[in-house]
Design a protein around this ligand. Structure first.
Ligand code: ADP
Ligand code: ZN
Ligand code: MG
Length: 481
């Protein structure tokens, strides 16, 4: 039986404001535990919240960028539940009157476009953070847990999509694009490892051709693109097996264990009435000034779609290349910085998309977190262009730049890696190689041309890869005639 998956995402993004959502405490990651706190974010009785205007502005920015309507009248609600990282026993959130509504994001998937509806974007406050002490790092199997309230009260925008996503790959592309949009808006650092961008994925399956949705499961905290797609695949398979066995899927919240590639039940799903939502009595409803809202729209920065088109026009790149280069703000910025000083933008693009990205992935670094800057890359490309080094040597120099942050030309000096383009010098080495490989030379003369590459390889080996390969080929050919 053929099934189709139906996926909707809920994304939490910590806003990069200086202070918290309802108090003046600083927002900062990695400070000593429980140093960024006050009576408001610790939920002391009698303390009163005050709305952070910047957080509202950032959320409106997000709303505009996701093609939403911005509400003229919006309100905060209390969402009541107990958890040790939330001393008030309620979270100030939004319920039926969110700040932004009814938007969409268009995804370019290979061969088609998918429009994903944005149900809403609302604003709330983050909770504190539990640190589970023990080997697992999770609450299960922990010896004890500690709580850090530095994060409590950090402004959090929650973005909810319609169930318009149809595959794990589409979910991955959506999250990638959303992240890039948020980065370009400069409203969050979107660091998934530090938890400033967190994604919950709702997924159900239905028989192809049917309209009605199946019962969904919610996968909590899918905090990398890879795990989002893998976790969804794994959960879809589980649901298919249940239906194939004649069972029924139950609505629940599940955890994806990426090590064992299984999902397991965390809890049955809460219903809205479990939270006893009611209007936050300590805050008046918010009616954003329409002129202000419009002004925020007019001042939106360039977003990834526009940037992609500009990259194609201005730098003469294919849609494919431009899409990769604009899929994260820092990569786009790196590329443009190089393009200022270097004409052959396709070469820059190839370097960034090829070896460089592979290195970043294996080191688990973003492009702006590593030792290679645009200055390093351009220096390297210019050394290739003026014949100082070969393309092959350039790769090993790049590896060293990546490790040390030294400028390529400094590495070339230090290691004497300058390319040998002096004909006499190359002829000397070739003569040596020919002498040592008399039988192979004979083979080639008999027409076994395959062995030619072996001789080239010997010359490169003796020169430690420094011989100009074009010259080596040409001289060898002449000699073997
Ligand atoms: P709940 O009431 O359980 O919170 P919502 O209707 O608010 O559910 O939707 C929460 C998220 O789940 C949204 O992203 C939505 O797109 C998605 N969703 C809703 N129904 C389904 C379904 N049947 N299958 C997959 N995702 C769904
Ligand atoms: Zn505070
Ligand atoms: Mg809901």
């Amino acid at each position: 039986m053929q099934y189709e998956s139906v996926i909707g995402l809920e994304i939490h993004v910590e806003l990069l404001t200086e202070s918290k959502m309802f108090c003046g405490c600083a927002v900062s990651f990695g400070e000593e535990s429980n140093t960024l706190v006050c009576p408001v974010c610790l939920g002391h009785p009698g303390s009163l919240p005050v709305i952070n205007q910047k957080a509202i502005e950032y959320t409106i920015r997000i709303g505009h960028a996701l093609n939403c309507d911005i509400a003229e009248f919006t309100q905060f609600h209390r969402k009541n539940y107990f958890y040790p990282d939330m001393p008030k026993n309620y979270q100030i959130s939004q319920y039926d009157l969110p700040l932004c509504l009814n938007g969409f994001v268009d995804l370019e998937i290979e061969g088609y476009t998918r429009r994903v509806g944005i149900t809403r974007v609302h604003i709330e406050e983050d909770t504190g953070k539990l640190v589970h002490m023990g080997e697992s790092g999770r609450i299960h199997g922990a010896d004890y847990s500690l709580v850090d309230f530095n994060r409590a009260g950090t402004p959090l925008a929650e973005i909810v999509t319609e169930p318009d996503i149809r595959s794990p790959e589409e979910a991955r592309v959506f999250l990638q694009k959303l992240k890039s949009i948020l980065e370009h808006l400069e409203v969050s650092d979107c660091n998934m490892e530090e938890g400033s961008l967190r994604c919950d994925a709702n997924v159900s399956i239905r028989k192809i051709g049917t309209m009605e949705f199946g019962v969904k499961a919610e996968l909590k905290n899918m905090n990398s693109f890879k795990f989002l797609a893998k976790g969804l695949e794994c959960e879809i398979k589980r649901q298919e097996e249940i239906l194939e066995d004649g069972g029924t899927v139950i609505q629940e919240t599940r955890h994806y264990d990426s090590v064992h590639n299984i999902t397991s039940s965390l809890r049955s799903k809460e219903e809205a009435h479990d939270y006893r939502y009611f209007p936050e009595p300590d805050l008046v409803p918010l009616e954003p000034d329409s002129g202000w809202v419009e002004n925020i729209r007019l001042n939106l920065p360039e977003l990834p779609d526009a940037r992609l088109n500009r990259f194609m026009d201005k730098y003469n790149l294919s849609r494919y290349d431009a899409a990769i280069l604009t899929s994260s703000k820092s990569v786009g910025d790196f590329f443009e910085e190089c393009a200022k000083d270097y004409q052959n933008t396709k070469t820059v693009a190839n370097w960034i998309m090829g070896d460089f990205t592979a290195k970043l992935n294996s080191a688990n670094l973003e492009i702006d977190e590593c030792a290679v800057t645009p200055k390093h890359l351009i220096d390297l490309l210019k050394l290739i262009d003026n014949g100082t080094i070969s393309g092959k040597i350039a790769k090993s120099i790049f590896d060293e730049v990546f490790e040390t942050g030294k400028l390529p030309r400094v590495i070339v000096e230090e290691k004497g890696l300058t390319q040998i383009s002096n004909e006499e010098e190359i002829i000397k080495i070739i003569d040596m190689v020919l002498e040592e490989n008399a039988s192979i030379v004979e083979d080639i003369r008999q027409g076994k041309d395959k062995a030619f590459g072996f001789l080239v390889g010997q010359v490169m080996k003796l020169t430690k890869g420094r011989a100009n390969p074009a010259l080596v080929n040409q001289i060898l050919r002449d000699k073997l005639k």
